[in-house]
Design a protein around this ligand. Structure first.
Ligand code: 5RP
Length: 244
C-alpha cells in the first residue's frame, strides 16, 4: 500500500534512492564519469546514495565537481573525490549534472538558488551533457517566479541600482538576510542575493527574463534555468516517483 502521507523530507530521500539507482541501471550514470553535484537538502541524501553505490562497487572512479562548500564538505566526509571544473581531469565539461530545484514548471524550466549556490550550479549544469533534477512534489508549479522568489546574485556595491532595475521589470526585490549571521547572506563567491517576486497576475516570462536580468550591470547570475530541459524525478507524497 502506498504511504499517503510522506513528508517533503521523506520524499527527498525517496527520490534520491530511486533516481540514483535508476540512473545507474539505465546507464546514464556510469563508472569513470565526470559528475556535477548540486547543493541543498535533496542533494545531501543523493550524495549519500552516490557514496553507497561507490562503496558497493556498483560505480567506480566517479570524478565529482561540487557547487558549494556544503557539497564539497559532504563529498570529503564520504570519500567522493572532488575536482575543480578547471582541473586537467575535468577540463571544463561534465558528463552529467545532478541537482535539486526550488520551482519546476510544466516545461521543466527551473528556479534554483534557494541555497544561494545558483552561480556554480548554473556553471556546472550548463557545462554538462545531461542535467537531472531530483525534487519533492512541492516544487512542481504551473508558472515560475510568483511563489518562490527568484534569487539574483549581485555585486554588493550594485545593490541599489540593480534593485531599481528589477523593480522596472515588474518584481519586488529584497536583500536576503542570514540566519545566525547578522546582515546579508554572502554567497560562496562573496556576493549578495536579491530575492525577486512577480505578482501572481503578472506575465513573468522566465525564458526572456533569464537573459534580460543578466544584462543589468552588477548582476552576476540569476536563478532562472531555462536553456536546458532537464530530466526531472519528482517524488509524490503517496510514495511514487514520476519521471518527466
Ligand atoms: C541551492 C539550490 C537547491 O537545489 C534548491 O534550493 C533546492 O533545495 P532543497 O533541495 O534544499 O529543497 O538551488 O542553491
Amino acid at each position: 500500500m502506498p504511504n499517503k502521507t510522506m513528508t517533503a523530507e521523506e520524499q527527498k530521500k525517496l527520490v534520491s534512492h530511486y533516481a540514483l539507482n535508476d540512473l545507474v541501471s539505465r546507464g546514464v550514470l556510469r563508472s569513470g564519469m565526470k559528475v556535477g553535484l548540486g547543493t541543498g537538502s535533496t542533494m545531501m541524501p543523493a550524495i549519500h546514495v552516490l557514496a553507497q553505490l561507490l562503496a558497493a562497487g556498483k560505480l567506480c572512479e566517479i570524478k565529482a565537481v561540487s557547487t558549494s562548500f556544503e557539497t564539497t564538505i559532504a563529498c570529503e566526509e564520504l570519500g567522493i573525490p572532488v575536482y575543480s571544473l578547471n582541473s586537467r581531469e575535468i577540463s571544463g565539461s561534465l558528463d552529467l549534472a545532478i541537482d535539486g530545484a526550488d520551482e519546476i514548471d510544466p516545461d521543466n524550466n527551473l528556479i534554483k538558488g534557494g541555497g544561494a549556490a545558483l552561480l556554480l550550479e548554473k556553471i556546472v549544469a550548463y557545462n554538462a551533457d545531461q542535467f537531472v533534477i531530483l525534487a519533492d512534489e512541492s516544487k512542481a508549479v504551473p508558472n515560475l517566479g510568483t511563489r518562490f522568489p527568484l534569487p539574483v546574485e549581485v555585486i554588493s556595491e550594485a545593490r541599489t541600482s540593480v534593485t531599481q532595475q528589477l523593480i522596472r521589470l515588474g518584481a519586488t526585490a529584497a536583500v536576503r538576510y542570514g540566519v545566525k549571521k547578522a546582515g546579508p547572506v554572502i554567497t560562496d563567491n562573496g556576493n549578495i542575493i536579491l530575492d525577486c517576486l512577480w505578482p501572481s497576475d503578472s506575465k513573468c516570462n522566465p525564458k526572456s527574463l533569464e537573459g534580460i536580468i543578466n544584462e543589468i550591470v552588477g548582476v552576476v547570475e540569476n536563478g532562472f534555468f531555462t536553456k536546458l530541459r532537464p530530466t526531472v524525478y519528482l517524488a509524490h507524497a503517496d510514495g511514487t516517483v514520476e519521471l518527466r
